[in-house]
Design a protein around this ligand. Structure first.
Ligand SMILES: Nc1ncnc2c1ncn2[C@@H]1O[C@H](COP(=O)(O)OP(=O)(O)OP(=O)(O)O)[C@@H](O)[C@H]1O
Length: 931
């Protein structure tokens, strides 16, 4: 399974950043889904009443958010609203709760998505990805971390695999230190795109992983916006690094001393200082990062070099240029041995500053890539600002297209497979915009590359002109020159505007050429290649210099890496998590309608909901549907013996499904309207409560009640049955007195109100029936209680038995239906009874765990002899005529076997040297055959 992609930055207009969580599997449909609704609004938007208005959508989201229910489904897509507070829903207990449980059985949760992906991956051996998207600060990184933690806790692991797990978890603080920064929108904003792949072995244990990083925001190294910070690592090093380290790196603890940490536009409290950020504890974070490094296999040398580079960047920023003057900082750098500069600059002061910043950005960018590569996989990066925004939004277009295509494709394929007529769903295909950006020769990226590469004087304006010339007639492209009178005013001469699927974004073309080229002077590269710092050398490999071919432009690199990413994603099954930021102030409980409506729009949530609803809202395998709802029809309750498809047909006919409400496929039933399923689910809930409500630890009286009701049924017929059920419920409820101390059970109180509410809203034909028998398990419970046997003890025994025999022994299922006995004394013949009486003198009865008559087959000629088998906590005894013939201590047992047929043969394997003779028993058998 894998995590990927964070583009959390600089999206003032489109604001759509992405984080991907990639992995294996995901049943995107409702296969096997069991609907369990929590009580606030609907937990699946698909279940909203017939209309799919944005207002209804927002209402539901708001209602739930105000109750701290931050997760809601749209089918299998999870919508998550940032709570901006710690919620008690990520505990290990919660993880265990969601582990292995059907998708919709529990309230919506990240863990359900994660677990579903994992389970389908394990069952179907396919790959899966989870795409997490949302604007900066919406909670993508947190979601991905929580999913990682979920896998770390719930996946099987060995000591050896723990290393992989720890590496995956601990790579996060390191990546965040180097790749995250405080922005206005998020104090811990990921400034790079991230794709993390987690690989599992066939047993479902995590065995490896790798991370791809995209587009680290290098410009932040040399420049931060008002109210923002540089990457965390700089502050962590200064704040947390010990004195000796700082001294060795030539650093002072005070961040104010470093230009790159107090950039002009970063002087946001008026004096060029960064105000304290209370949510960030650099000192503490430094400790975590330091510790993580050692666990993720970085050598001390690596760490030394890495911090050397971080320090070098800070020193670089302090280099000032004046005519013919080399600053102290430069000398300091050289003395550290990290960089040897030959300052033979033909550049003027401005260009020298430009070159200095270019070096700092390049060093940081490449070091980040090196760091990611070191942690796992590999890939490139680059860029900054409008150009960067353009790349990010292009990426969002591609992923949006992927989402729609994959959703529709999956639906379409399933309908075809099931032989169900497909009704096409109208949706906006944003391929047209992707083409506008990426098409060979004709797309914006190609045009940009052409301008970058062509000889002669190319400028950002000539690029803009080329765009007008080549894509000017495209419906999603506009410039001031091409715009109509009205829109013209809002577009500058140097701008172009794209009509993205999520809305219009205006890009300033200034800087596009330069950023696309990402030029680094060749002589500076040579200097860096000669550094003594091995990481630095690796980052600026000489081979790159030898290669005279022009490197690919930034946009082309990005396009290519995106194409590979999309290819990877297309080969996997999707799951989606859409994160929503509820307000701009990071305030818990505040639901800003305007802000959220905007996100609902650009995240395509309404579109997704319509897609889900336009087809069939739910589909289930016949077997699963029947299993869940069989109690709603006398013909299918308690067992249906024919094919499941026919059972389902009978069942829905009985419930009263109308033809337009469903279709029957080859293996599944398709239900068109959520309402239909909703009603069925209500009826099911009602039945379930009736059948399973427990009466203060004693068996419920439902069955007896029911029998009585049945007896009088003939006379009073249906109306009476309804009254009977009502009476039962009322009686049951009145007896409960929910608040009295013995009934402190709060759950019962909730059940009561729930049941009462449900009763008034049931489809008529559900209340009408009195054929319903409680399941056999309840009869069994009653029987146990009559006999004073402990139900939970029985249950435990049955669970153990099931684990041993399920699917392995014929007739096992039938035997499960009977109560397990602790003795079979009634089956004793007279001599055996006498035997037991004698044995009781030797083994106290209180030690008996199980006593049964057996036939022992002698090894010599397989002669059958009647014996008594007595099992105690520690040993088995074979008894004959009041004598213990053999004692077998469990600790010496080699094993026990049974046949897989429906017989009672048990073979007890004892060691060859078991000479433990008891009484007059004279042989030490290897095996026992008992019947
Ligand atoms: N599930 C959650 N529970 C509690 N707090 C959360 C949760 N999700 C997010 N937050 C809070 O919101 C902050 C921002 O979340 P996060 O960093 O995950 O956003 P993001 O979408 O990854 O942003 P960016 O794109 O800028 O990296 C977190 O630092 C945390 O304080």
């Amino acid at each position: 399974m894998a995590l990927a992609g964070v583009w959390g930055h600089l999206l003032p207009a489109l604001k759509a950043d992405l984080e991907l969580l990639l992995g294996s599997n995901g049943d995107a449909n409702m296969e096997g889904a069991l609907i369990a609704r929590d009580k606030v609004g609907v937990q699946d938007f698909v279940l909203l009443d017939s209309h799919t208005s944005e207002a209804a959508f927002l209402n539901n989201l708001r209602k739930r958010y105000q109750e701290n229910l931050i997760y809601t489904y749209i089918g299998s897509l999870l919508v998550s609203v940032n709570p901006y507070q710690e919620l008690d829903i990520y505990t290990v207990t919660q993880m265990q709760l969601y582990r292995g449980v059907n998708f919709f059985e529990l309230p919506p949760h990240l863990y359900a998505i994660a677990d579903n992906a994992y389970r389908v991956m394990c069952n179907e051996y396919n790959n899966h990805f989870i795409l997490i998207s949302g604007e900066s600060g919406a909670g993508k990184t947190e979601a991905s971390k929580k999913i990682l933690q979920y896998y770390a806790v719930t996946c099987p692991t060995t000591e050896q695999l723990q290393t992989v797990r720890d590496r995956l978890l601990l790579s996060n603080p390191v990546l965040e230190a180097f790749g995250n920064a405080k922005t206005l929108r998020n104090d811990n904003s990921s400034r790079f795109g991230k794709y993390m792949d987690i690989q599992f072995d066939f047993k479902g244990a995590p065995v490896g992983g790798h991370i791809l990083s995209y587009l680290i925001e290098k410009s932040r190294v040399v420049h931060q916006n008002h109210g923002e910070r540089n990457f965390h690592i700089f502050y962590q090093l200064l704040e947390g690094g010990d004195k000796d380290l700082l001294c060795w790196l030539g650093l002072e603890r005070n961040p104010q001393k470093y230009t790159y940490l107090i950039q002009v536009s970063g002087s946001w409290n008026g004096s060029g200082r960064c105000a304290k950020v209370f949510s960030i504890n650099d000192k503490n974070d430094w400790k975590i990062v330091r510790k993580a490094f050692s666990i993720i296999d970085f050598t001390e040398k690596d760490i030394e070099h890495l911090f050397g580079i971080v320090a070098s960047v800070l020193h670089l920023g302090n280099i000032q240029f004046e005519e013919d003057i080399c600053s102290d900082a430069l000398r300091c750098l050289s003395s550290l041995g990290y960089l040897y500069f030959q300052v033979l600059s033909p550049l003027n002061v401005d260009l020298a500053f430009y070159a200095r910043d270019a070096v700092a950005k390049a060093i940081y960018g490449r070091t980040f890539t090196w760091l990611v590569n070191k942690i796992n996989g590999s890939l490139a990066n680059k860029v900054g600002f409008f150009f960067e925004q353009f790349c990010i939004n292009y990426c969002n277009e591609k992923l949006q297209q992927l989402l729609i295509e994959m959703t529709l494709k999956a639906e379409q394929e399933e309908y075809e497979l099931e032989g169900i007529e497909w009704e096409p769903i109208p949706y906006f295909n944003n391929k047209i915009i992707c083409d506008l950006v990426e098409q060979k020769h004709k797309g914006i990226i190609s045009i940009l590359d052409e301008e970058c590469l062509r000889p002669g004087e190319a400028t950002d304006l000539s690029f803009l002109e080329k765009l007008e010339e080549k894509v000017g007639d495209h419906a999603h492209f506009v410039t001031r020159k091409l715009a109509d009178q009205k829109t013209r005013k809002s577009i500058d001469w140097v701008d172009f505007r794209l009509l993205h699927y999520a809305g219009e974004v205006t890009y300033c073309a200034v800087g596009f050429l330069e950023k696309n080229n990402d030029l680094l002077y060749r002589n500076l590269k040579e200097v860096l290649c000669n550094s003594k710092n091995s990481i630095m050398r690796d980052c600026f490999l000489l081979s790159e210099l030898d290669n005279r071919r022009r490197p690919e432009t930034v946009a082309t690199q990005f396009k290519n890496s995106l194409t590979s990413l999309i290819e990877i994603l297309m080969s996997k099954e999707p799951s989606y998590i859409r994160c929503i930021k509820p307000n701009e102030n990071k305030e818990p409980g505040k639901f800003d309608d305007f802000l959220i409506r905007h996100q609902v729009k650009y995240l395509g949530l309404m579109e997704h909901l319509r897609v889900r609803r336009a087809g069939f809202a739910y589909r289930r395998k016949y077997e699963l549907f029947l299993q869940r709802y069989k109690s709603l029809c006398p013909a299918t309750w308690p067992h249906w013996h024919g094919p499941a498809a026919e059972g389902v047909e009978r069942l829905i006919k009985h419930i009263g499904y109308k033809p337009e409400e469903y279709k029957l496929g080859r293996t599944k039933i398709f239900i068109r309207f959520p309402k239909t399923l909703f009603a069925t689910e209500d009826a099911f809930e009602y039945r379930k409560h009736l059948l399973t409500t427990w009466d203060g630890g004693r068996s419920i009286k439902l069955e007896a009640f029911w029998r009585g009701a049945l007896a009088r049924r003939a006379a009073k017929k249906r109306t009476w049955a309804v009254q009977t059920i009502r009476k039962f419920i009322n009686g049951f409820i009145n007896r409960k007195k929910p608040l009295c101390p013995e009934n402190r059970d709060f759950v019962r109180l909730s059940q009561y109100y729930y049941l009462m509410k449900l009763r008034d809203h049931l489809p008529k034909n559900v209340l009408d029936e009195s054929w319903l028998q409680p399941p056999s398990i309840l009869e069994e419970v009653r029987e146990f209680q009559c006999k004073g046997l402990s139900f939970s003890h029985q249950l435990q025994q049955k669970v153990v038995t099931s684990a041993v025999f399920s699917g392995k022994k014929e007739g096992y299922l039938e035997s499960l239906g009977q109560p397990f006995l602790e003795t079979r004394l009634s089956e004793f013949s007279k001599p055996l009874e006498a035997s037991l009486a004698g044995v009781e003198m030797l083994i106290p009865t209180r030690c008996f765990q199980y006593v049964t008559p057996v036939i022992k087959y002698d090894r010599n000629g397989f002669k059958a002899r009647e014996r008594l088998l007595v099992l105690t906590q520690s040993s088995a005894y074979v008894v004959e005529m009041a004598k213990i013939k053999q004692k077998i201590e469990y600790s010496t047992l080699k094993g026990i076997s049974t046949s897989n047929l429906s017989d009672g043969i048990v073979v007890i394997h004892v060691p060859e040297d078991n000479k433990q003779k008891v009484g007059n028993w004279d042989t030490a058998p290897v095996s026992w055959c008992l019947k």
